[in-house]
Design a protein around this ligand. Structure first.
Ligand SMILES: *[C@@H]1O[C@H](CO)[C@@H](O)[C@H](O)[C@H]1NC(C)=O
Ligand SMILES: *[C@@H]1O[C@H](CO)[C@@H](O)[C@H](O)[C@H]1NC(C)=O
Ligand SMILES: *[C@@H]1O[C@H](CO)[C@@H](O)[C@H](O)[C@H]1NC(C)=O
Ligand SMILES: *[C@@H]1O[C@H](CO)[C@@H](O)[C@H](O)[C@H]1NC(C)=O
Length: 391
């Protein structure tokens, strides 16, 4: 995703500003509330504060509150990802089965860009977070909130991409949370990225160059919804025939080629919901995990590491503590969550009930949420698992 965003920003800068903002499709214009009302008929909205002061938005499409589900999105995204495919979306499939569906939003994204004392536009410390904080704080807070509101002891958790990594981090760092998760469904699961990076070594090098540049120019927020880069990306990738082609190719390059999955007509809706903000630190932590080939905590450099972790290298997350029952769903043409990497996860994580593949050779990383065919290839798998644990 990183390369996508960076390339898009680069390509778009000169072109985008000269473009007219053509008409935005309705599903592009609507936010989560609007989309949920349109496709699911009801929505509730909550502001929840983490232990370290971040105010997160949690959405709910209400249903049978004895069996709540919590959905966690990927990097640079929001809860919108689960519903922008409208009637073909996972949210609607789950709603049709009567589930009580809760949607998390990580600190720093379009909906969770708030803090009790820090101002995201003035205090750079607001942006010092990555997958670690998303797991340790944001996911923990979201789980506790849902359990409190529904009054049950356990929920079913569904994570996509970074949403799987943060669940591993939470369960490894705060093992008591394993007991709060009835079952975890990991779509396009990511933690080790050794195989992926063997195939795309350039990705990391280019990534670190951009991180250096961002640091130099004190860019803390990446591709925020209300930022200039956000607006340029939308305008270039969503409203212009050449832009749509270029951005679609970049997405395929990064996530795997699947022209049938991501149809051009969907691009203008998509780019009003993606990318919608994260921190530079989030991207940097991802790059560190890729470069070091270690699923480890943030690397602050040897001196600060010694102070924080009592070791020169940041410690690896202990996957043996991630004990909740889990199902991994992978796709054969997923370049980001490569099969070799998810296969290693399936071996190293305890209590993997099933490691299964989407039944299509061309299915890629982004197809899980953005392809119309997800309804055919992914939703039945998810529903079957949920039924087993929630009947
Ligand atoms: C969502 O859109 C509605 C209608 O435009 C607006 O009233 C509401 O404030 C928006 N919610 C958020 C969180 O931006
Ligand atoms: C979505 O499905 C509902 C129920 O089947 C239908 O009434 C509605 O028109 C559909 N919406 C769109 C935009 O296709
Ligand atoms: C946040 O920024 C404001 C404005 O620059 C400043 O007054 C305030 O002290 C900062 N707060 C923290 C915690 O750094
Ligand atoms: C939810 O939290 C409130 C406030 O902390 C507490 O009073 C209430 O008992 C909790 N409810 C449940 C079901 O845990």
């Amino acid at each position: 995703m990183l390369l996508t965003i960076l390339a898009v920003i680069l390509y778009s800068a000169p072109v985008a500003l000269s473009l007219d903002n053509k008409e935005v499709p309705e599903d592009g214009r609507l936010n989560f509330t609007g989309l949920a009302l349109k496709y699911a008929g009801a929505v509730q909205e909550y502001d929840v504060t983490t232990e370290d002061g971040y105010v997160l938005k949690i959405y709910r499409i209400p249903g049978d509150n004895t069996k709540p589900l919590l959905l966690m999105h990927g990097i640079l995204a929001t809860s919108d990802d689960f519903i922008i495919s409208g009637n073909d979306s996972l949210a609607v499939s789950l709603k049709n089965e009567g589930y009580d569906i809760w949607f998390g939003n990580y600190r720093g994204n379009r909906y969770s860009r708030r803090h009790m004392t820090l101002d995201p536009d003035a205090n750079s410390t607001f942006w010092y977070f990555g997958p670690h904080e998303h797991g340790y704080h944001d996911l923990a807070t979201s789980i506790d909130f849902v359990l409190n509101r529904t009054g049950v002891k356990q929920l079913s958790l569904i994570g996509y991409s970074e949403g799987t990594m943060i669940a591993y981090i939470l369960a490894a760092e705060r093992p008591e949370y394993n007991d709060k998760i009835k079952v975890f469904i990991a779509m396009a699961p990511i933690c080790h990225v050794d195989k992926m990076i063997e195939r795309h070594p350039v990705l990391v090098e280019i990534g670190f160059i951009f991180i250096k540049l961002f640091k130099h120019f004190k860019v803390e927020e990446i591709a925020g919804f209300d930022s200039i880069t956000g607006a340029m990306t939308r305008s270039f990738c969503g409203h212009n025939a050449i832009g749509i082609k270029v951005c679609r190719q970049i997405l395929f390059l990064v996530s795997g080629n699947d022209p049938e999955g991501l149809i051009p007509e969907f691009m203008s809706t998509l780019f009003w919901h993606y990318p919608v903000g994260t921190s530079r630190t989030n991207l940097e932590h991802f790059l560190q995990i890729m470069a070091s080939k270690r699923f480890a905590k943030f690397d602050y450099g040897p001196v600060e590491n010694l102070r924080r972790y009592k070791s020169k290298l940041p410690p690896e997350y202990d996957l043996s503590k991630v004990t909740m029952s889990k199902y991994l769903i992978a796709a054969r043409n997923d370049r980001l969550s490569a099969l070799g990497d998810s296969g290693r996860q399936a071996k190293e994580l305890p209590n993997v009930m099933e490691y299964t593949f989407v039944d299509s050779d061309s299915f890629n990383h982004i197809d899980f949420l953005w392809s119309r065919q997800s309804r055919q290839y992914v939703h039945p798998k998810v529903l079957k698992i949920l039924k087993e644990y929630n009947s």
